[in-house]
Design a protein around this ligand. Sequence first.
Ligand SMILES: NC(=O)C1=CN([C@@H]2O[C@H](COP(=O)(O)OP(=O)(O)OC[C@H]3O[C@@H](n4cnc5c(N)ncnc54)[C@H](OP(=O)(O)O)[C@@H]3O)[C@@H](O)[C@H]2O)C=CC1
Ligand SMILES: CC(=O)N[C@@H](CCC(=O)OP(=O)(O)O)C(=O)O
Length: 312
Amino acid sequence: MKPKIFIDGEHGTTGLQIRTRLAGRTDLEMLSIPEVDRRDRGLREEMLKEADIAILCLPDDAARESVAILDGVNSTRVIDTSTAHRIHPDWAYGFAEMTEGQSERIAKARLVANPGCYPTGAISLIRPLREAGILPADYPVTVNAVSGYTGGGKQMIAQMEDGAHPEHIAAPHFLYGLALSHKHLPEMQTHGLVDRTPIFSPSVGRFAQGMIVQLPLHLADLDGAPSLGDVYAALDRHYAGKTIVEVVPLEVSRSLSRLDPTMLNGTDTMKLFVFGTEGRGQANLVAVLDNLGKGASGAAVQNMGLMLGQAA
Ligand SMILES: NC(=O)C1=CN([C@@H]2O[C@H](COP(=O)(O)OP(=O)(O)OC[C@H]3O[C@@H](n4cnc5c(N)ncnc54)[C@H](OP(=O)(O)O)[C@@H]3O)[C@@H](O)[C@H]2O)C=CC1
Ligand SMILES: CC(=O)N[C@@H](CCC(=O)OP(=O)(O)O)C(=O)O
């Protein structure tokens, strides 16, 4: 029997990207609702209960509704791409490379919370330094980022692309989350194992997909006052043997003068860079990923594969 997969919210930005990734798969039976019926509660309930794995690509409240429908229905396992369950203790956090044993947790879990795109980049840089005993738990972490506008879903896509949209955005680049209360902060703090809420400054550029997430550090304030090479070595050890997350060699980072946020578009991988000048006491750690790839749909498909017992 082929595993039955239902993408609840399949006609939205993330849902469509997942459907595209799964389109050619002959080892799966895809359950689907016509777009016109996408909000039909009865049809959704039927599909959710029939599925072996339900992938929720819905706003938070609708995702909670789907989880409630499945309450007690243990035959259906769930991957939620919304922010609703990312720090919930009953849910496995769907970042397989985050820490030792995480991919096994995901593989065994009934409930998996897919990470947000920015946290995927931020946690990928913070967590290894915490585990290596380099980054103190009370370090004042700051995260700066730029995302392609698909990160804002259908609404922001329309605002950026449709000049006649009543809330058209003409800017080539803009900061947002100005109140420093972005919805990604809880998962960055929880899974980054940091005591203080990071100061997070997100922004959007006039490109559809792509992402850069930055973690600037004062090395003298880290445990053991590590060198740039020490920070690099900690990341390199953490991701040794991983294929989806690559730590770019220091000498390659040194050779770069620019970094393109769209460089990994269309892939489900992430690259980590360590920038700075040895001896100057500062480092800027940078993650590059496709916000819809490893930042969302690619991660969901990776997690589905783990849950089905397939290679990561
Ligand atoms: N875009 C991104 O880069 C990322 C998004 N996510 C998360 O994924 C989820 C989906 O985001 P995204 O794809 O961007 O959003 P979209 O708005 O593009 O798609 C959401 C889909 O869900 C449907 N929907 C909304 N409410 C309901 C409901 N009550 N019942 C049934 N269907 C409903 C929408 O239909 P309708 O057209 O009628 O509104 C739409 O088809 C969100 O939780 C988001 O936070 C995660 C990572 C990255
Ligand atoms: C550009 C933009 O608007 N980005 C979204 C995050 C996209 C994402 O990761 O979605 P979820 O965390 O919702 O899953 C935001 O800042 O809310």
